[in-house]
Ligand binder design. Structure first.
Ligand SMILES: C[S@@+](CC[C@H](N)C(=O)[O-])C[C@H]1O[C@@H](n2cnc3c(N)ncnc32)[C@H](O)[C@@H]1O
Length: 193
């Protein structure tokens, strides 16, 4: 990847990844291994602070990647400056999370990875009873909408967090990831993964 041009598309190579930086990749060729799971996908998010909160949640609870689609989150800072997430979400401790801007994330994973739509929908499984897949890709909708049919069509599981009101996007990511590790019986951060 060329320095200072985060909009340039390129083939996936784990060596390209620079901690804390948003990477944008091209439509073709790139595949993520299933070791990239658990992963979080945010469909067309609106606010950088929610992407940042998802990165933070991912690092706290052992998710490997936060992938977001769309162009509402700046991925370059202008004047060839690299865009980075808000300062708090750039802490060194979160550098174990790969951050990718990609509109084709469903095509990147093999069939062992199960896309899970996290959305308020009738007939979704309720989170307390939900058994998490071994290699999940959790897919979340935007702050100002919900997951469209074109996205839901790719998902194999559907889960809703029973809550009185819709949660903030970042909070929804935290709840899902915490539920996953809680059900795995993991209480020590040393064993997250
Ligand atoms: C803030 S919500 C979207 C706003 C919502 N469509 C509304 O009525 O204003 C953003 C995303 O968080 C997730 N989310 C929030 N609360 C949820 C819940 N109770 N169950 C499942 N997903 C939830 C979904 O992925 C949703 O698309």
């Amino acid at each position: 990847m060329k320095e200072g041009n985060t909009r340039e598309e390129h083939d996936f190579n784990p060596k390209d990844f620079e901690p804390g930086r948003i990477h944008r990749i091209g439509k073709r060729h790139t595949m993520f291994g299933s070791d990239m799971t658990p992963a979080i996908a945010l469909w067309n998010p609106k606010y950088p602070h929610n992407v940042g909160a998802a990165v933070r949640a991912a690092s706290c609870f052992g998710a490997k990647a936060v992938i977001f689609s769309g162009n509402r989150i700046p991925t370059d800072g202008g004047d060839n400056k690299k865009y980075r997430l808000p300062r708090e979400e750039r802490m060194k401790g979160y550098h174990d999370v790969t951050i990718i801007n990609d509109d084709y994330f469903f095509n990147r994973f093999d069939e062992n990875v199960i896309p899970v739509a996290v959305e308020v929908r009738q007939n979704s499984e309720s989170l307390p009873l939900f058994v998490h897949p071994e290699k999940p890709l959790y897919v979340f909708g935007p702050e100002d909408g919900s997951l469209p049919q074109t996205v839901l069509r790719h998902c194999q599981r559907f889960v809703v967090i029973p809550s009185k009101h819709c949660l903030n996007l970042g909070n929804a990511v935290n709840v899902i990831l915490y539920d996953r590790i809680y059900k795995m019986g993991i209480i020590s951060g040393d064993h997250i993964g």
